[in-house]
Design a binder for this molecule. Sequence first.
Ligand code: AVI
Length: 321
Amino acid sequence: MNTLAKLRLHDLAPEQEDFRTAVLEGLAKPHKSLPCKFFYDDVGSALFDRICELPEYYPTRTEIGILTEAASEIAALAGRGGVLVEYGSGSSLKTRLLLDALAPDVYMPIDISRQHMLGACHALARDYPALHLMAVCADYTRPFTLPRVARGGQRRLAFFPGSSIGNFAPLEALRFLKNVAQQLDPGDGLLIGVDLKKDPAILNAAYNDAAGVTAAFNLNLLARCNRELGADFDPDAFAHRAFYNAAAGRIEMHLDSLRAQTVRVAGQRFAFSAGESIHTENSYKYRPDEFRHLATQAGFAPVQTWTDAADLFGVLYLRRL
Ligand code: AVI
């Protein structure tokens, strides 16, 4: 049987934020900044995959360890069968861990990148021949309605791994969680990975790896401007800087200009003083009780929190009220 017959696409044709517009706006601000979502072109996505394997970058392997240990408890809470909804493309090992534990009738990934998501779905369709796949092309940072599926009843478990929630500012995180709550029905679950507050030395090491992969990931944003916008950034004239800002509870990533310089981007000139930075990413860290409070404000009841032995990372099961 052709397993791909079980794959359907629900295309909401999301508007893609234009890279050029975002770069020109971000560099014109008094404190220059660029949105972190633009890290993930092909080069940046490959660098991010390497980050996840780094000895200093504990989140990925720690979350996989928690999910592996908690899989049967998660299945007991969510129930087997039903619909597994993932915010993101589902190309990771974590998705397969849940597919194995929950044996859902339907897997519903949501991603703004149609091609990337369909590639991941084709691989899953081959490996899980009984699974029905409903790929939703949408911008999950904005409100939208999840399609109803005939199979699997309406019971759903939403999954948002990787502490991607940490790349939203707290108010945006609240807005995102409220959107998810609206998309679910009372009694449905949300399983979410959250990077925890900890010794800043561990956090600083995770974003300043010895092999320089995170630096290359950050600097790729300038190379991307050169490739796609005809900019003339000299990547050697900027340096990666990442540090834990304890007052804000977040890692900040910046690209620091190493000298006074002027850069041309899409025909416009931007002046940098020596030491001036472009703020490229925030990665918020939470205490488990802080995150449970946020989830409660969004309309969820915290049911279970799993952490690793060193309390580096948390996975929370929340029930939509
Ligand atoms: C995708 N996101 C959760 C990562 C993080 O840790 O905030 C992105 C990242 N930036 C640098 N290293 C990893």
